[in-house]
Design a binder for this molecule. Structure first.
Ligand code: SF4
Length: 220
């Protein structure tokens, strides 16, 4: 059961965020869980736009885990060579394919997923959330790591602690929405420099905005 901290009930406070971004599709244009796993691994320290661009040709050549299991990492290079760390990512993808062999054997829980090479908690949370699995955590990417402390739901800048703090404050049924909502907010509005606070649906509960507003009123 999620708790409330101080005077803020974060489940209520972030409900405008859930409404605005909750049903929005993930930016990775995957068609099934196999494609999701491969694209999530490829997207680490790269952009979703680039991964969406190269994915159709990659999946034409390797349409399933079964096909991928028969490949050698270097067989992927012509498709993924423009992506950061493509050699290691190719090795991880082929190694995962050889381990799970079939699409239906792809793990759907945190423990199984994080045992696979190239998949940490952040990627596992994306895969679990997008495949409709039982929530086991909150996605903490660069955007969430910036937005969550600004909002005041955490004081930490460490991903593990940020995730722990959000999980304490938000009910599990909202964990995926909370992570994705903060990600979209961070991409579009809560930018590193000059966040567009007047356009933000959660500004009323945001500690960064309240401090900024207080300072602005004092200087009037
Ligand atoms: S009010 Fe401003 S600082 Fe706070 S979350 Fe929204 S955009 Fe970010």
């Amino acid at each position: 059961m999620a708790k409330t901290s101080g005077t803020i009930d974060w489940n209520k406070a972030l409900s405008p965020l859930f409404s605005k971004y909750g049903s929005r599709k993930h930016p990775l244009e995957y068609e099934n869980i196999y494609q999701l796993v491969v694209m999530v691994i490829l997207s680490s320290r790269s952009t979703d736009v680039l991964i969406n661009k190269i994915a159709p040709e990659l999946f034409k050549a390797f349409p399933s885990m079964k096909k991928m299991a028969k490949a050698k990492p270097k067989d992927l290079f012509p498709f993924v060579h423009g992506i950061t760390n493509f050699r290691h990512k190719s090795e991880w993808i082929v190694s995962i394919a050889r381990t799970v062999v079939d699409d239906e054997h792809i793990p759907t829980g945190m423990e199984g997923l994080t045992k696979l090479p190239g998949i940490g908690r952040k990627s596992a949370n994306v895969i679990i959330g997008e495949s409709g699995g039982k929530p086991e955590g909150v996605i903490v990417d660069l955007h969430v790591a910036r937005v969550a402390p600004r909002l005041g739901i955490t004081k930490s800048d460490k991903p593990d602690k940020i995730e722990e703090d959000i999980m304490k404050e938000i009910a599990p049924k909202h964990w995926h929405q909370a992570g994705m909502g903060m990600t979209f907010l961070g991409r579009e509005i809560c930018r590193p420099k000059n966040p567009k606070c007047p356009e933000c649906v959660v500004r009323e509960v945001c500690s960064y905005y309240r401090k900024f507003e207080r300072a602005r009123r004092l200087t009037r």
